[in-house]
Design a protein around this ligand. Structure first.
Ligand SMILES: O=C(O)CCC(=O)C(=O)O
Ligand SMILES: [Mn+2]
Length: 196
């Protein structure tokens, strides 16, 4: 995939980026449709023993029965939204992978974020391929190596971009979406996954 550009992370991890997976003329339409078609939820999570609101809105869509444990909560998927289903078809054409679920995040502004984590839940299997499509505000995205946080990488994810994490990325690296307080516009991110 995308042989012009080498993987952002060294093997056996693998990260590929396509800047305009969704063309510029289509991104605003997709953003609006995904925003309105999705049942967004504001969730409470427990952090360091305290109950706090997650700093973003979230939703989960997928094939029936593909439930998913995330932050200690078991989610039953909502049905595929129209725009999200179209993006899933495009990903199948591009990657040859039929994703059966997607986690949706709505970052209302630069104050919303996602902390360091790995997408390494057992239901994703070993060496999962996770396809992340971004719409809206440009945000930084960071990686750091497990066991040696001095090894790191950073990139900007613009509207319409596709980031694909595969190989042993989830085992060896964490990723995060940091706060960017000067960002005032919202961003939607869709991480498509195959749940076994
Ligand atoms: O918003 C992003 O780009 C990252 C989302 C993410 O890492 C996740 O949903 O697991
Ligand atoms: Mn993640």
């Amino acid at each position: 995939m995308n042989p012009q550009r080498p993987s952002l992370l060294p093997a056996p991890a693998r990260v590929d980026v396509v800047d305009a997976f969704i063309e510029a003329g289509e991104t605003q339409g997709y953003f609006n449709r995904v925003q309105t078609e999705t049942r967004w939820q504001e969730r409470e999570i427990v952090m360091f023993g305290k109950r706090v609101m997650q700093p973003r809105l979230v939703a989960w869509q997928g094939d029936p029965g593909k439930s998913y444990r995330y932050s200690g909560v078991t989610w039953q998927p909502d049905p595929w939204g129209g725009a999200v289903a179209e993006i899933r078809e495009r990903l199948q054409e591009h990657l040859g992978i039929r994703f059966n679920s997607v986690l949706l995040n709505l970052y209302r502004n630069g104050n919303d974020c996602m902390g360091w984590h790995r997408d390494d839940e057992p239901e994703l299997g070993s060496e999962p391929c996770i396809a992340s499509v971004s719409l809206g505000a440009v945000r930084k995205f960071r990686f750091r190596k497990m066991g040696d946080h001095r090894q790191k990488a950073e990139l900007e994810l613009g509207s319409g971009s596709l980031l694909v994490m595969s190989g042993r990325t989830q085992e060896l690296w964490q990723h995060a979406l940091p706060r960017m307080l000067r960002v005032t516009e919202p961003r939607i991110n869709l991480t498509f996954r195959v749940i076994l």
